[in-house]
Design a protein around this ligand. Structure first.
Ligand code: FAD
Length: 515
């Protein structure tokens, strides 16, 4: 019974399209450089892979998976689907499948396995690198480092594809200064929903360029991206400190992102019930003076806030770096005994979550359901939000890390499809929960999703002007509300222009029918 309960709303039964044999045989006739595999035969593809994602909540089986070797494979296949005029047949690009609610899946449609697109390799130039849309950011890091360079803006976890994060935004502790990853892209090559291959940038086909960045895969498949680079540091000074008052923590975070001479990375997280001080799975932080858990025994039940910052440096700049760090730290009001410092290589710092992934994988705790909730919250409402959510809704549980940090809107380019609050500073709050399969308690999928619904309802009731990041909605009305009237009009116009049959990225359920 419990098995049924848990899987009840997660597996979508296979309903084959009536003319699926005809559809498949027409694809099999295409002169592809790569190949097509049927989900039933699973050629070269792990069983059920294309109907799985990191969220592990929704599973939509496709009809077939395209493993393109060339951009022309993708263009030819989409042209074929477009010309078939079969409104139910959809196409989903799949990067590394780290979506949370089936966004890279296509029920009884075609999934394009972007990781197999290795036509061009990576080409590093002095200020940028050209990569395939299916390339993983960890590989981009290693390749650019060979030239002493690296991208400027990251995600916390690098085993994600370039096309996958650019369809959302790509936000991490560098975004207060450089904007998200979508603001650090110089050019894209895109295959539209008509199968056209288009190069676009700020100066060439700008409407498509900005539409695709943060565009949730709605207007085209990113086949190439030109990513802006900067000189890479060798080392990172990585610092954490604790606060017991949210107002002081937030004041310090906002102060830090307002300075010119400040840290290179600024994030923070919430510690509810002491979980997270030592067990924060997202990081391999290993300070010289590790915190003694017993030190906080009398504070069980109390909520703490951890400010996490990092300063990049090369070994010959260590003294100057230390002086500048000391100066900035002296302006902060953290609990003095809780300053923890560590020095790691730049690669180890950026790839920090992977270390924890390996540990969780060993324990079978990586492939559990992940009901995540990511919100962008205006600065003027963050105190109200924190009070309600961290002190009233999430009082006695913590099912995973809760990140919270502000960014400067002025450093973000608002021409992209990403929706953000309309204030100069807003916060990213990420509730990165893991559910325990088959549990019926406070760590169950149902319980966590109920808590998240309470948070969303609170934001709506109090008209906070919050936007979901990595949004998930089930109706068109909710999507219209997410984008707001004028942005929604732009979405509709772009969809009619670049994907009029509404073939692409069906997992978001934004446009279900031809325009
Ligand atoms: P997929 O799940 O494969 O695809 C995601 C969406 O993009 C789908 O709609 C898909 O159709 C579309 N898509 C994929 N490839 C292309 C393409 N080439 N062209 C057009 N559309 C495409 N996000 C952050 O911003 N910051 C973080 O710090 C962060 N940390 C994360 C940590 C973990 C452990 C996980 C699981 C996710 C994290 N994310 C973070 C979210 C992540 O950026 C998104 O889930 C992203 O979409 C995952 O990339 P992917 O390659 O796995 O995409």
């Amino acid at each position: 019974l419990m098995t049924l309960k848990y899987y009840n709303h997660s597996v979508i039964p296979t309903k084959t399209l009536p003319n699926s044999h005809h559809i498949l045989s027409s694809f099999q006739k295409l002169p592809l450089d790569g190949h097509l595999s049927l989900e039933t035969t699973n050629n070269n593809y792990k069983n059920g892979h294309a109907s799985k994602d990191f969220g592990n909540i929704y599973h939509y089986p496709p009809l077939a998976v395209l493993h393109p070797k060339t951009v022309s494979d993708i263009s030819m296949t989409i042209k074929q689907v477009f010309e078939m005029d079969s409104p139910k047949l959809k196409v989903a690009a799949r990067g590394h499948g780290h979506s949370l609610q089936g966004q890279a899946q296509a029920h009884q449609g075609l999934v394009v396995n972007m990781e197999s697109l290795q036509e061009m390799g990576m080409v590093v130039h002095s200020g940028y690198v050209d990569v395939s849309g299916g390339e993983l950011w960890i590989n981009v890091l290693h390749e650019t480092l060979k030239h002493g360079l690296a991208p400027k803006s990251w995600t916390d976890y690098l085993h994600l594809s370039v096309g996958g994060t650019l369809s959302n935004a790509g936000i991490s502790g560098q975004a207060f200064r450089h904007g998200p990853q979508i603001n650090n892209i110089l050019q894209l090559q895109v295959v539209t929903g008509k199968g056209d291959v288009v190069t676009c940038s700020e100066n060439q086909n700008a409407d498509l360029f900005y539409g695709v960045l943060g565009g949730l895969g709605q207007f085209g498949i990113i086949t190439k991206a030109r990513i802006s680079l900067e000189p890479a540091p060798m080392k990172v000074k990585w610092i954490r400190m604790l606060y017991s008052e949210f107002s002081i923590f937030a004041r310090d975070q906002e102060h830090l992102i307002s300075l010119e001479d400040t840290f290179d990375y600024i994030e923070g997280f919430v510690i509810i019930n002491r979980t997270g001080i030592l067990n924060n799975w997202r990081s391999s932080f290993n300070p010289k003076d590790p915190i003694l858990a017993t030190q906080f025994d009398s504070d069980i039940g109390k909520t703490f806030y951890c400010l996490e910052v990092a300063k990049y440096f090369n070994p010959d700049q260590k003294e100057a770096m230390n002086e500048s760090v000391e100066q900035v730290l002296s302006e902060l009001r953290y609990i003095p005994s809780t300053l923890f410092q560590s020095e790691v290589s730049y690669v180890d710092f950026l790839d920090r979550v992977h270390v924890s992934e390996m540990k969780l994988r060993e324990k079978g705790l990586w492939e559990v359901p992940h009901p995540w909730l990511n919100l962008l919250i205006p600065r003027t409402r963050i105190h109200e939000f924190a009070h309600q959510v961290f002190h009233k809704i999430l009082v006695d549980t913590s099912n995973g890390p809760i990140l919270i940090y502000p960014v400067n809107q002025s450093r973000w380019n608002n021409k992209t499809s990403l929706v953000t609050p309309e204030e100069d500073v807003f916060y990213l709050v990420a509730l990165l929960s893991s559910a325990v399969p088959y549990s019926r308690g406070k760590d169950s999928l149902e319980y966590i999703m109920r808590q998240h619904r309470r948070i969303i309802e609170f934001c709506e009731r109090t008209k906070m002007g919050v936007n979901q990041y990595l949004p998930h909605y089930t109706s068109r009305e909710e999507w219209e509300e997410h984008f707001g009237i004028s942005r929604w009009e732009v979405m509709v116009r772009r969809k009619s222009q670049y994907d009029p049959m509404a073939l692409l990225a069906p997992g978001h359920r934004i446009f279900q029918n031809p325009m």
